[in-house]
Design a protein around this ligand. Sequence first.
Ligand SMILES: Cc1cc2nc3c(=O)[nH]c(=O)nc-3n(C[C@H](O)[C@H](O)[C@H](O)COP(=O)(O)OP(=O)(O)OC[C@H]3O[C@@H](n4cnc5c(N)ncnc54)[C@H](O)[C@@H]3O)c2cc1C
Length: 378
Amino acid sequence: MIERTIFNEDHDRFRDMVRAFAQKSVIPHLIRWDEAGAVDRDVWRQCGELGMLCPAIPVDYGGAGADRLFSMIVLEELAPLGGLGISLAMHSDIVAPYLVAFGTEEVRRKYLPLMARGEAIGALAMSEPIAGSDLKAIRTTATKAGDGYILSGSKIFISNGTECGLAVVAAKTDPRADAKGVSLFVVDATMPGFARGRKLKKVGLKAQDTAELFFNEVHVPASHRLGEENQGFAYMMRELPWERMQIAIAAIASAIQALAMTIEYARERQAFGKAVLDFQNTRFKLAELKSELQIAQVFVDRCMELVLDDGLDATTAAMAKYWCTDLQCKVVDECLQFFGGYGYMHEYPISRAWVDARAQKIYGGTNEIMKDIISRSL
Ligand SMILES: Cc1cc2nc3c(=O)[nH]c(=O)nc-3n(C[C@H](O)[C@H](O)[C@H](O)COP(=O)(O)OP(=O)(O)OC[C@H]3O[C@@H](n4cnc5c(N)ncnc54)[C@H](O)[C@@H]3O)c2cc1C
């Protein structure tokens, strides 16, 4: 593979540490977590102690003030192992940046250190039963009341929903306006009226916590509004390229891992007196996948350089998200085939990679929405 040039020695050391953590504290528990439908809560605190949570958050707020390559490393090492990588990314690199960029000083000081230590888990609550792709159609409302707002409505498919200590919630402050009537709020899970629904049973990412949330006239102080009123949609548009980039990073890392385990299996497995890897079909197919992943990795790394320069635009991020997740799904499907019947068995990691991959084309904006965004630049 072409040598990657975006990382320095500090990044390499951090990667070694994350990899050792995964070997010791994640991989041995994967099947148990899948069966329980949740990771052990304590794993969050362990990640906090090791500096794996909120690495890019300023030191003043409990983070490491590091660049986003550290976040990329956490994702690359953990996303191929199941839902934990996505949960941590949601917390550290989607929710926390909203607080840093738009939160009041009170909110930043209260929540960010707790998040960096893994004592409070963050969720992002945008999707609703009637509005996913078309976010401007959300019906959750935030009505002004005294020094604050009364929040009412419900959200669905919320990652970290069952365990979250706080959620960034999108609500209409002007229900007559479309996108220009949306504001964002930090809702504390202890606020009266906040309720969690059932934990949703998914076909993949089984250990990842995805839940419904309900807001029954929750009184949210004005200091918990993120930024200006009715600017929520603009803020989301600003944050989404990095969110989508994270999905692309997870996609390529997961697909590379799937390819590696497939090569290993095909080398060992015998049929017709030779290794499965020695059939020309196997070699050609795996050669194709390896080539496509190499091309994708170069593109992802270049996009990451743009992230570091604050120059990743919405169109390029949409290209990365759609193309890399499509490729991930193709790679894991074709890899699974080389495992034969064993590939369909839960204890084989390739089967989990296959079911886990499917959600990647849906969340963070569906791949159809990504193409719509790209097409606006034609
Ligand atoms: C595992 C998981 C975790 C998630 N985590 C979160 C989370 O933490 N927070 C959160 O807020 N949401 C989360 N989501 C929700 C996710 O973002 C939405 O499911 C997604 O945006 C799609 O919305 P929808 O499900 O309502 O589908 P719909 O919007 O109803 O779309 C249905 C179909 O119509 C297509 N479609 C819609 N509009 C168009 C269009 N204009 N052009 C062409 N095709 C179109 C879509 O591409 C899709 O194929 C999560 C979802 C999953 C599966």
